[in-house]
Design a binder for this molecule. Structure first.
Ligand SMILES: C[S@@+](CC[C@H](N)C(=O)[O-])C[C@H]1O[C@@H](n2cnc3c(N)ncnc32)[C@H](O)[C@@H]1O
Length: 303
């Protein structure tokens, strides 16, 4: 999402080294490689093996100018030298391909196994979370990660139903939510928020983002830029906190910021976009899933 905007802020050039931290189907990666022809190089990673396969196919025409790895971008430091790249993009969240593939279990529209793991080979599935998590904890997750107003009611109904038969499919969970949450002409499906919350917890998306930003920062050279496309208020909070701490020209001594105890030091980061960049009307018309996308860009000034 926000493809033209990301390319514009990263200013790719021949000979430059770039990272697509969430390479997905390779859309941003292809645009960065095109814009940095003939000798720009790109490293792409993704947690999803299907994304890596799709990106490899999409980028085949740029042979010799890119490398792809399966894994979360918090591992960038294992793959790339510190200070070695001019630009990193992280286009967060879930891909259209993941949502549209019923067997992956991200969709409440198409029936599939209740899975939602970005890497289907590791970790607990959404069904494990739904069947094993205490009702109060489920309610908290639905409220905090999904902004779900009926979180407690849904969690209680889940706890009752799973006694009779454990949840195994997306339709089963979506059906329960439709039953207990009044639809009343709402624009979005009543299961939207619970599915989002489950996806985020199954993949530890906020924890992975915090660790990923640290890793991306280390592989950037001074003067390099980090572009983040977020879709969720929790992601926005993580990105803003990361930037705020480094944009200060002082360090805080201890947990609380006592002005007299601040240690002065040069700012490590400059916000390139003070306000979030959002999709144009044309992008929204072509892709309604872009409606909550926001781009924030930081420039590294110092380690
Ligand atoms: C919105 S899509 C990216 C689409 C991509 N920019 C494109 O042009 O095709 C998000 C992708 O990020 C991946 N992803 C999410 N969190 C990740 C993380 N922490 N590390 C690596 N990949 C991640 C997902 O598996 C998904 O493929």
């Amino acid at each position: 999402m926000l493809l033209a905007e990301v390319v514009a802020v990263l200013q790719p050039r021949a000979g430059g080294r770039y990272v697509d931290a969430t390479v997905g189907g390779g859309g941003h990666a292809a645009a960065l490689l095109e814009a940095s022809a003939p000798s720009g190089w790109l490293f792409g990673c993704d947690r999803d093996p299907a994304a890596i396969a799709a990106a490899a196919e999409r980028l085949a025409g740029f042979a010799g100018r890119f490398e792809l790895r399966l894994g979360a971008f918090e591992r960038l430091g294992e793959w790339l030298a510190p200070g070695s790249c001019e630009g990193v993009v992280a286009d967060l969240g879930v891909s259209s391909h993941q949502i549209d593939t019923a067997e992956r279990g991200f969709s409440f529209v198409n029936d599939g196994p209740l899975d939602m793991r970005m890497n289907p080979q590791v970790g607990r599935t959404a069904a494990d979370w739904v069947n094993e998590t205490p009702a109060e904890e489920l309610a908290r997750l639905f409220a905090e990660l999904g902004d779900e107003r009926h979180a407690r009611r849904i969690a209680r109904a889940i706890a009752e139903d799973r006694e009779r038969s454990p949840f195994t499919t997306t339709r089963q969970l979506a059906g329960l939510i439709e039953r207990v949450v009044p639809r009343r002409g709402a624009a979005v499906h009543p299961a939207t928020r619970v599915f989002q919350a489950l996806r985020m917890v199954v993949n530890d998306e906020l924890g992975a983002l915090e660790r990923g930003l640290e890793a991306a920062w280390r592989v950037l050279r001074c003067g390099g830029r980090l572009a983040c496309v977020t879709f969720h208020s929790g992601e926005v909070r993580v990105v803003r906190r990361f930037g705020r701490v480094r944009a200060r020209d002082y360090e805080v001594a201890g947990e609380v910021d006592v002005p007299e105890l601040r240690r002065l030091r040069p700012a490590q980061l400059n916000w390139v976009t003070r306000r979030a960049v959002v999709p144009t009307d044309e992008e929204l018309a072509a892709n309604p899933r872009a409606r909550s996308a926001q781009l924030r860009v930081m420039e590294k000034l110092a380690d």
